[in-house]
Structure formats: structure tokens, C-alpha cells
Design a protein around this ligand. Structure first.
Ligand SMILES: C[S@@+](CC[C@H](N)C(=O)[O-])C[C@H]1O[C@@H](n2cnc3c(N)ncnc32)[C@H](O)[C@@H]1O
Length: 213
């Protein structure tokens, strides 16, 4: 017979998980800890998946990219809108997050999500492959933000849409900073919604040749 796990052992494990989570949160370069995943299921004010639709406008048959899906709050909302002919590629540095999204997708019989464990700064996709891309409360966690935006610009088709959601957490990227970085990456601001501390901003690739920008 298996021995029951003692209460002090359980308490020690729980404390360990909380300590690991807290340490990751306090360390600026760490990605959001999987141990705190439950918090990701709570939509942030003004950054709801429905408000993301207003700018992203996902359509059936489109190929869309998400960076940093976490537990899938946005992915599980966007993927059904792409239909069986469309596809949502989700990219995350943490395998646990990708596994979590895929498990939830299976429960909902969603078959058009493809996970990739890679860094946003080195995307394994062809130039101009995507109709649209988005990332919500992710950019601030990426140390090389310009490199990530440059990669996103590269994989978007001409006229493609990039929506970035930012919230007033410790990784917050102010809109002005984001617009400057995006311009350097060859993207220009088309529209935004929300307020300075909780906004969605939509960009599209610049059409001007690089040497004239
Ligand atoms: C705060 S969570 C946001 C999750 C989800 N977008 C949401 O709003 O609920 C940030 C996510 O970005 C991922 N991430 C952090 N740095 C990354 C990077 N360099 N490349 C890809 N994903 C990254 C983390 O692993 C985590 O899943």
C-alpha cells in the first residue's frame, strides 16, 4: 500500500512552488511563471479577448500568430474564428504553457492550433507568412524587444495586422516607447483602444523602402 503524503511535505512543496513563482516574478527577465498560471485566466480590465477582436479582426481561413499564449486566454478565443481552413500558430518559451493551451484546445475539439517552443526573437516562419499576429502582456517580458518586433514585421504579409496589448504591470511598455520601437522595426501605428495603462495598439508593416524611413 502507498504511504499517504504527509501534510508537512505538501506544505513544503506548496511553499516551494510559491517561492519559485515569487522569485521569477521579482526577476525582471524571467518569463511569467507557470506556477501562477491561474491568474492568467482572469481577463484584465480593457484587455479582454473581445476587445482584441476589434483591432485584430480574425477571419476564417487566415493564418495568425500569437506570441506568449500563456494558458490560452486569447488563443482559445481567436482559433475558433479562423475556422478549419485557418490556423493559429502559438509561440512560447515555456513548454508547460504550450502543453496547457493544447490540452484545453483538445477539450474544446479545436484542431487548428499549432504550438512552437521558440523565442519570439527567432521565429521559425517564412517571410510574409501571416495575415495577422498578436501578443498580450508579453512584449515587456522579452529583453530584446526590438528584435522581437523586427521578427514580427518579417513574418507579416504586406498589409498584415499586428496587435499588441499592454497592461500596467511591472513589465509595462508605455505606448510612446512601443511606437518608437515599432517604427524602428518597420511598423506603423494604425489604431489603438483603451487607456495609457491598459491598451491595445494595432500596427501594420510600413510600405516605404527602408532607406527612406
Ligand atoms: C504574462 S504571460 C501572458 C499570457 C497571455 N498572453 C495572457 O494574456 O494571458 C507572458 C507569456 O509570454 C511568454 N514569453 C515570455 N518571453 C517570451 C519570449 N521571449 N518568446 C516567447 N514567449 C515568451 C511566457 O512564457 C508567457 O506564456
Amino acid at each position: 500500500m502507498q504511504k499517504p503524503v504527509k501534510a508537512p511535505v505538501l506544505a513544503a512543496s506548496a511553499l516551494g512552488a510559491i517561492a519559485a513563482g515569487a522569485a521569477a516574478v521579482l526577476c525582471d527577465t524571467a518569463p511569467y511563471p507557470y506556477a501562477l498560471r491561474r491568474l492568467l485566466d482572469i481577463p484584465l480590465p480593457l484587455l479582454t479577448p473581445r476587445r482584441l477582436d476589434v483591432l485584430l479582426q480574425p477571419r476564417p481561413g487566415e493564418q495568425v500568430l500569437e506570441i506568449g499564449p500563456g494558458t490560452g486566454l486569447q488563443a482559445l478565443h481567436v482559433a475558433p474564428q479562423l475556422g478549419a481552413d485557418g490556423r493559429l500558430d502559438v509561440v512560447d518559451v515555456q513548454q508547460e504553457m504550450l502543453d496547457h493551451v493544447m490540452a484545453r484546445a483538445t477539450t474544446r475539439s479545436l484542431r487548428n492550433i499549432a504550438p512552437h517552443r521558440v523565442d519570439a526573437t527567432a521565429l521559425p516562419f517564412a517571410d510574409g507568412q501571416f495575415d495577422a499576429a498578436y501578443l498580450v502582456t508579453v512584449l515587456g517580458e522579452i529583453p530584446a524587444r526590438l528584435a522581437a518586433l523586427t521578427e514580427l514585421r518579417r513574418v507579416l504579409r504586406p498589409g498584415g495586422r499586428l496587435v499588441i496589448g499592454e497592461f500596467a504591470d511591472r513589465h509595462h511598455v508605455p505606448l510612446g516607447t512601443l511606437v518608437r520601437l515599432a517604427n524602428d522595426a518597420g511598423l506603423h501605428l494604425v489604431r489603438r483602444t483603451g487607456v495609457p495603462l491598459a491598451y491595445y495598439a494595432m500596427f501594420t508593416p510600413c510600405t516605404q523602402p527602408e532607406h527612406l524611413r
